[in-house]
Structure formats: structure tokens, C-alpha cells
Design a protein around this ligand. Sequence first.
Ligand code: ARG
Length: 563
Amino acid sequence: MNNKIIVAEVLSEQLKNVLSYDQILSLLENPKSVDHGDIAFPTFLLAKAFRKAPQGIAADLTTQLSSPSFEKVEAVGPYVNFFMSKKMISQTVLHEALSLGNHYGDASIGNHEAIPIDMSSPNIAKPISMGHLRSTVIGNSLGFILEKVGYQPIRINHLGDWGTQFGKLIVAYKKWGSEEAVKAQPINELLRLYVEFHERAEEDKSLEDEARAWFKKLEEDDAEAVHLWKWFREESLKEFNKIYDMLEVSFDSYNGEAFYNDKMDEIVNLLEEKHLLQEDQGADIVDLSQFDLNPALIRKSDGATLYITRDMAAALYRKRTYHFAKSLYVVGNEQTYHFKQLKAVLKEMGFEWADDMYHIPFGLITKDGKKLSTRKGKIVLLEEVLNEAVASAEKQIAEKNPSLINKEEVAKQVGIGAVIFHDLKNDRLNNFDFTLEEVVRFEGETGPYVQYTHARAMSILSKTTFTFDEASTYSLTDDASWEVIKFIQAYPEVILSAAEKYEPSVIAKHAIKLSQAFNKYYANTKILAEDEEKDSRLALVQAVTILLKEDLRLLGLHAPEKM
Ligand code: ARG
């Protein structure tokens, strides 16, 4: 149980007629310094009711409050400081963590309801970018976190497999491409063709018209156009799947933009019925001025639908198919305006559930200071980054633990895990740059550091025999273990906070702090010493392994037992 709740219960008993339980709870603070105990209660608000200075009230309260949950209660100026009983708390917390195991921290706020997560969603014929990597790993982790609090996540890869760029690709392929070249290196070659198209189109404007004509053919089901499109899509997916396999991410649906082609008419008809469509230079738009937004362009003058039209069809389809409680879109913050418009149009159409759609934006990552632009062909290839990370992990493992049996497997788990962890440890919205050396280090705030701490704790357990016994009590009263206990105690709240904020970094930060606290404990304590507290110390170590492993799982990482 949470310390604030324990303190609030005791205080509300004492202050029954003055403050409500909820008021007390909201007043409680976590003191910055350990010298001020675990929880502090400011008494300013009581001055009026008691007609007394806060200092005096604090002093009085300390003599009146007692509970086996407190080691001591102290007045410091206007504050009442509570020092929780390490014995009581550690006993409850260790028992809870060990008896629930990896279910410790589970919650049921999701009521088994569905929560589609639109994630990854790269564009066919283009490489997966660092941005898509972010969307993939954030979305994947959110899936695990939301599942832990009782939702049923549905991971959807809304592939960018439709749009005018396919017209361009077809033109470029027919003019400057070959089947062999595409087969040999699909994405590279398709990207090369795309880049070549843009270079040449700068000189020769007629290429754009040709591209438009081919896209139109594709929309009209022309056999050659459809054949080429399908082939580009398949070849691209094969390469995307290589990366998903490396990241060990899987999807429940690959329904991309093209899937909604036959669902566009319904959208346009609905808009017409509701008299929402307006003509603007031959195109159809929906006015969104009452939302303070620019009009949404629904259909171009040549009849082609747009990205937003397909997203409207997708939103409706997801509502009908999954009856979602909430619907998430893990997409870079450069698309914030798009999602504002999307929700606004759906609201205009009378779909109140549009309020349950959440854009989960994130900042930009650059590697070694380089930004990404597919157009110009300057691109950091994700597969290369992941391979480099694995190689670097392999090198470090060979130095640290040359006799490790499954070195290759562990190197993969560590190297790829490092990239994922680095991506998730920062608040989503931060922009950041990354260099591989920094990401795959075994020290500092990295994935390998957390994995290494977990392996170290496992190795302590392997040196002895400890089995948790429901009937035994395990408790610790020293200061070093208390720092660890606090992070174990906070776990259920950490999980809820990550779920409510859609923020995997909350989990990553917990994993780092718990690791740091545990390593300090480990350095200063003879864990295996034969005395009456040995089992309690081992219970603490086991709880740490459970939580670190679960933190890593929620982020999409493995927790190797040895490394
Ligand atoms: N394919 C898009 C891109 O790479 C992302 C799609 C995001 N999802 C969506 N439902 N709009 O920019």
C-alpha cells in the first residue's frame, strides 16, 4: 500500500471535523530530503479552524498521532513529518511483490476493453525511418503497459500503401528501373527511383502529370498499375518484417491506407447527407472554422481522396470492428494538426466517440546530428543501426564474460534492447540525438545497465537456495534496503501513471532508479551473510529481479539471466 494513503487514513481519523480524507490526501507531500521522513503534512490550512499558528498545530499533532505504521512522527516548523515503519512497510511490500510475481502492479482500469494502437505505419517503397522506429517501439510498449492495466491492445500497422507517390514510382520504374534491381534490393532501389523522379521532375514538369495519370489508373483498377503496386508493397513488407523480427514486434492488423479504398464512398456520402461538404475550386472541403482549424480537404478536384479521408474511414472502421474504449495514434508531433482536423471532422459528422481518439505525439530523433529526409535520399537506415548495436554489444560481452554460452543471443537482446531502451527512456516529446557508443554502454542510464543489474541479482539468487514462503514474514529495517523498498512499493502507481500518461519513459525511469538503488545496496551489504535477516535480503533481491524483468518486458526488452 501507498504511504500517503496510510498517513491520510491516520490523519483523517484525528482531523475528522476539519478536513476530509481527500483534502488531506491532496495536501500530503513527498519531502525532498530523507531527513524529513517519507511523507510530510503541511498544517497551514488548519490555522483558521484551530485558531493557532501552524507551528503549534504541527507540534500538537505529533503527540496525538500514533500507528504501528510509523517509526516516528516529527514536527519541523509548520510540517508534520512521518517516518514510515521500515519493518511494517518492507514486510507488506515484499510479501505482495513475491506472492504476485510478475502480476505485481497489474490493474483493471481497462475493463478488458479494446484499445487500437495505430503504430509504426511506414510508407511502402521507402525505408523505415527513425521516426517510424519511435512509433513502433512506443506503440509496442504502450500495448504492454495498457494490457497490464486491463485493456486489450490491438496493434495496427496503418501502412502508407496508397497515394500519389505510387504514380511517381510507377513512372520512375518504367523509365529507369528494372525487375532485377528491385528484386535484389527492394527498398534501396525503390528509394533510388523515387529520388531520381524528384531530381528529374525539377527540370521536367511533365513528369508530375505522368505520375498523376498513373495514380489515377491505379485508382481505377488498371491491371498493370495494380500489379506493380502489389509487387512494390510485397517487396517492401518483406524488408519491414526483417526489422520487426529484430525488434520482436508483431501486429494484429496490417490494414493500411489502401484497405480503405472501398470505404471512401461511405465517408463522402455521409458528409453529403449532413451537408458538410463545400466546393472549393472543384475540390470538396469541410469547413472547420468553429474549431479554429483550416478546412479539411476531403477530395481533390480530380476525385482522388486524401490521407485524411482514409483516416476518417479507418477511424469509423475501428469503432465498428473493435468497439474501442480509446483509440490511439502513435505518430510524430509534426502530424498534430492532421489529427486535430481528423477529430474535428468526425465530431462535425456527429461521431461523439471522436473524443476517445488520442494522438500520442513524439519528438524527432536524429543520429549523429543527421536529420532524415527521404526525398533527398539522406537516410539513416534502421537495419544498419540495429546491426551495429548488436555488434557493439557482442564486443562488450566478449570482454566482460568471454565464457558466456549463448553469447550471440544475448548480444542481440542487449544490442537491440539498448536501442529500444534509449528511445523509450526520454519523455516522448523530447527531441534527441543519438550516438551508438552512448546507447550500448553498460554503465549510465541505459538498457544494458538495467539488464546487467537484473543478471547480477539473478546471479546472487543462483548462489543459494531461496524459495518464497507465503507463511513467512520478510522484513528489513536498514537504510540501504529502504531505498530499494521504496521503488518496489511505488510500482503499482508507476504502472498506472505510465498508462494514464501514455508514457513508457515512466517505466524506463523506474527501471533505472530501481537499478541504481539496488546496485548501491549490493555494494554496501553482505547479502549472503549467514544471519537471521538473510532470507529477507534474498526476498528483496528476488523482488528486484521480478520488477526489473517486468519493467524490461513492458518496454519490449528481454532480461537475460546471464550476461
Ligand atoms: N504513413 C504515415 C507516415 O509515415 C504515418 C501514418 C500514421 N497513422 C495514421 N493513421 N495516419 O507519415
